[in-house]
Design a protein around this ligand. Structure first.
Ligand code: PGA
Length: 268
């Protein structure tokens, strides 16, 4: 049975002391739950403070991205062993914002500089290969833009994203993989993907895993939904059979909202 997972992606919000305060609140409310897995993903600088706040609870720590080399002259980057050293168990990879939405959304940035800021299928594959040997569990995000959906390319895009990120990795290495289906048009927009459609795509993700690997891996990997999940809409999404949890952005910054979302997950 796949254990439900609710992850909070705090994005570029909360200083270390603010993060520790939110983590302490969550610890008091839901810190001892073992029926589901709950992961907090603060900004890099807040990781140690949040790790301290959730020490000896059931809450887990995750980072929002990582570089693929262990050490070296890579100014500004953070390595997999650094994340492990501060207590991370999970790392988000391929979020649409780190895949390059900053550039797309920012009128001041010329399209030609986008590749320098963006994760690509090739760099994501490097990151996947880099984190797994350190025991970090990837939360790999995939999802289509509105234009891609409207053109009928959703499945094709998701398959290409999965094939790119997982290239050269064996099933044995991927049992702890978590995949988040995050339609780009539903992130931070208040436009949630309909539960049945999110379930269909989660099922499609399993189908891709089945064809790339085998039935066992397709059944073990947890598939989350992400995109404008709130306490008021989480219930139907989290009760879909192919969906094993949620990657929550904005609503994860509010202790009440996030707590309520965790109670919408069925315990399997
Ligand atoms: P959102 O973000 O919940 O604010 O839409 C989700 C995400 O980006 O992971």
């Amino acid at each position: 049975m796949r254990r439900p997972l609710i992850a909070g992606n705090w994005k570029m919000n909360l200083t270390p002391s603010e993060g520790a305060a939110l983590a302490t609140q969550l610890r008091q409310r839901i810190g001892m739950r073992s029926d589901i897995e709950i992961v907090l993903c603060p900004a890099f600088v807040a990781l140690p403070a949040v790790a301290e706040a959730i020490r000896n609870s059931e809450l887990k720590l995750g980072a929002q991205t990582v570089f693929w080399r262990d050490a070296g002259a890579f100014t500004g980057q953070i390595s997999p062993p650094m994340l492990v050293a501060v207590g991370c168990e999970y790392v988000i990879l391929g979020h649409s914002e780190t895949r390059g939405r900053f550039g797309v959304d920012d009128a001041d940035l010329d399209a030609s500089v986008l590749p320098y800021f963006s994760e690509t299928e090739a760099t994501l594959n490097r990151k996947m290969r880099a984190v797994l040997p350190h025991g970090l569990k990837p939360i790999l995000c995939v999802g289509e833009t509105l234009a891609e959906r409207d053109a009928g390319h959703t499945e094709q895009i998701i398959r290409a994203q999965l094939e790119g990120a997982l290239a050269g990795l064996s099933a044995d290495e991927l049992y702890e993989l978590v995949i988040a289906y995050e339609p780009v048009w539903a992130i931070g927009t208040g436009r949630v993907c309909e539960a049945a459609e999110a379930n269909r795509i989660a099922g499609y993700i399993r189908e891709v895993l089945r064809t790339l690997y085998d039935e066992e891996l397709a059944q073990v990997v947890r598939v989350l939904y992400g995109g404008s999940v709130k306490a008021s809409n989480a219930q139907p999404i989290l009760h879909q059979p192919e969906i094993d949890g949620a990657l929550v952005g904005g609503a994860s910054l509010d202790a009440d909202e996030f707590e309520q979302i965790t109670y919408c997950a069925p315990t399997r």
